[in-house]
Design a protein around this ligand. Structure first.
Ligand code: SAH
Length: 240
């Protein structure tokens, strides 16, 4: 049987190229470092990250995976770009983070290998980089235990997100390297909600992440017009 991997090699190469700067809080990854405490506390408030088995899909250099392990969970980070995974492993060694491991495996392959084995699955800032986001959402749904939580974050596709998320962030403010995000790959909340429904996940909460260019800070808001997050849950018993 031939299996095609649901990944764009150009996207993976892009993240590998920058990998050595992943933990530099003033680098291209500054936005991820900035949003990390906000998303971490939001996740932890909904699904407490203590003694849980957690999977971080598209973990990159491990900014969120490492922080979730430091909350006391056992975290597996997966990605298909090898350099960011090496950086993540090195960081865990240097920072002496316990309970975090990394693996180069696709969400689809892990879902076939180890279904319903995680209490919490996170998939942040990743869906907009893959050819078939629905397949990732479905894999996350397979990987989480019944009653478990799946968290997503991505970027809306509309004129404002084009202006702020791409032109502003990549060109005007230089927060992200040019070409980080392609407009056509961005995902509307309604589209992500439809993917979740198709995967059998219930949407429980939606939050916006809003960037203030003056204070250079993000905060959690109800405004999902640019960056936003979904908290979803797999029902305890699926109703047939
Ligand atoms: N989730 C992390 C990193 C976001 S950057 C965070 O929010 O801090 C996007 C990551 O998605 C990169 O590490 C990239 O290599 C990864 N990625 C892109 N396509 C992927 C795929 N098909 N499978 C797994 N990871 C992928």
């Amino acid at each position: 049987m031939t299996t095609t991997v649901n990944a764009d090699p150009a996207e993976l190469a892009k993240f590998s190229e920058l990998a050595h700067r992943w933990w530099d809080t003033e680098s291209e990854f500054r936005p991820l470092h900035e949003v990390n405490p906000l998303r971490l506390e939001w996740i932890d408030a909904i699904a407490p990250l203590r003694d849980r088995r957690v999977l971080d899909v598209g973990c990159g250099g491990g900014i969120l995976a490492d922080a979730m392990a430091r909350k006391g969970s056992s975290v597996l980070g997966i990605d298909l770009a090898s350099k960011p995974l090496k950086v993540a492993e090195l960081h865990a060694l240097e920072a002496q983070t316990e309970g975090v491991a990394y693996r180069e495996v696709s969400a689809e392959a892990l879902a076939a290998e180890d279904p319903e084995s995680f209490d919490i699955v996170t998939c942040m800032e990743m869906l907009e980089h893959v050819p078939e986001p629905l397949s990732i959402v479905k894999s996350c749904a397979q990987l989480v235990k019944p009653g478990g939580w799946v968290f997503f974050s991505t970027i809306h596709r509309n004129f404002k997100s084009f202006l702020f998320g791409i032109v502003g962030a990549e060109y005007a403010l230089g927060l992200l390297p040019r070409g980080t995000h392609e407009y056509r790959k961005l995902i509307r909340p309604s589209e992500l909600a439809a993917y979740c429904r198709a995967a059998g996940l219930d949407l429980m909460q939606t939050r916006g992440l809003t960037y203030n260019p003056i204070t250079r800070r993000y905060r959690l808001t109800d405004d999902t017009s640019v960056n936003y997050m979904f908290a979803t849950r797999k029902p305890l018993a699926s109703v047939k």
